[in-house]
Ligand binder design. Sequence first.
Ligand code: GTP
Ligand code: MG
Length: 245
Amino acid sequence: AAVRKVEFLTGAVSMETLPERTLPEAMFVGRSNVGKSSLVNMVLARKFLAHTSKRPGKTQQFNYFLVNDDAQAAPAIKTNKRALRRRELGHSAEQAQAQRAATKALPASPPFYIVDSPGVGYAKVSRPVQDSWKQFMRDFLTSRESLRLLFHLVDGRHGPLADDEELSQIVAALSRSGQFMAEYVIVLTKMDKTSKGRAKPRVVQSTRDLLEKNGLQGVPIVSTSSETRLGRDDMWRILSRAIKS
Ligand code: GTP
Ligand code: MG
């Protein structure tokens, strides 16, 4: 039976610092504060794995999470690591226990990486740092062969903004020139805040329009909420398919 677990592996800041071992990868990208880290936690059924914040600009590296790997170090080391990480995060033993229990809910799959990334377009992060992230993102999208899936998160409360347009244009251009081969999926976030009236169809339509404008018809749009866990099954269906192919 598959071992169902997940652990933080490393935070990369350049192509050189990516993990050596290659596995299929699914990356989460999008504007600052859109809910990338929260969705990583929701998908992986861990409350405190990826660090989240009310304030934009929280995630500062390309964080690698190793999912469902059964070739692991000895249990003693794992326990120490866990205690260390717990101290780092200031978690109580109870919180850690809750997290372990939640992890058991993780679907079985072959091992793969989930990559959380810094938000695009956040003014308070210095220009040189933003530029370096952008460059890294571009390098990554064009040359990371093990990238199978790109989840582009869009805030479901208002739909795509200028930064989202830019990102989807980059993906479209790289796809056309054959430099981007991964599956591209739009994920609407915070849909628990979008339940009223016509907001949802309008947001889905404006997302469709943007995709069509960029020649990206047929790209899936998934509605999610990290609060209610809406879309978790959809995310896993897409993940399972992409990491097998
Ligand atoms: P950066 O790391 O700064 O780029 O942000 P991020 O995209 O990782 O966002 P993060 O997950 O840290 O969430 C930002 C804020 O949005 C936090 O206050 C979250 O609690 C909140 N949030 C995230 N997802 C949801 C959701 O589905 N519903 C609601 N209501 N709030 C959410
Ligand atoms: Mg984050």
